[in-house]
Ligand binder design. Sequence first.
Ligand code: UFG
Length: 328
Amino acid sequence: MSILVCGGAGYIGSHMVAELLENGEDVVVLDNFQKGHIDALLGGKLYVGDIRDRKILDKVFKENKIEAVIDFAADSLVGESVDNPLKYFENNVGGTVSLLQAMRDYGTKYIVFSSTAATYGEPENTPILESDKTFPTNPYGESKLTVEKILKWSDKAYGIKYTALRYFNAAGAHINGKIGEDHNPETHLIPLIFQAALKKREKIYIFGDDYKTPDGTCIRDYVHVSDLASAHLLALKRLRSGNESAIYNLGNGKGFSVKEVVEVTRKVTGLNIEAEIAERRAGDPAILIASSEKAIEELNWHPKFNSLETIIETAWKWQNSHRDGYGR
Ligand code: UFG
């Protein structure tokens, strides 16, 4: 039996494929390479195609015995989702519906779904619990929350058991130094700070220093991408043992401000990094910190790379040896 990883050539997906291979699982990857990188794939049987294309799904499900699906295939830029919401509903919601139809038709009973802290919107509590209200403030978060609801109804109707994992800020790179984070365009804080360190951009702009936080800059909960991958594997094992569907937050439960992240990056790289305060970015909540108690208790999840310094060190190791990212 194989595990199908949709979006397996992307940032988090490629770390998932590595985790599955390291644990002796049989891996099948489906990726349309809109954002994925062939060099990010460390193994697995590859199919190139889109989850919205039923023909490629039929081929994958007919040629392999798919025990479970881990779904990362989605668009994930908050700003873009505000400008082009239909792209997000078509790809993120439509894509997962298409995948669930194939799972129903071929009798695949487990799915681990990549969800997000953006399902909460402006949080009502810190740290955020899974039971807190979900009121997304952008179409990206709305599209992921919509899929969570579709998963609930698919469980009731077709017995497809799911685990939705709401990640906070994914960061870092595999300790093997072979895979890391390479987005185009890059919008995430840590890779952008590296670009400033490597003089690929003049400076890093800090979006707002007038938030109600100790240093005025936004606070986020950074979680290592390999720890996210290990949580997916634990979620899969929990489903295999016959447990019910569930939703979990994944974060370290510790928040760092943008200024702190810049400072730690200066320390890790030993390079001069110029920073300048800029306007706030629309839609940024001041503080997003996860309570991951539920994942720690029920999944027995113990993040290994839980210090910001280690997270940035692993990211830097990859970035410094892949200054132009993948394959260029
Ligand atoms: N930031 C800057 N300057 C930059 C880039 C980012 O100051 O050049 C700040 C942002 O304002 C934010 C923090 O750094 O306060 C982190 O920003 P990222 O863009 O790295 O990450 P986000 O918190 O915006 O987004 C992440 C995921 C999204 C997910 C969201 C959930 O990348 O997919 O968390 O809230 F939707």
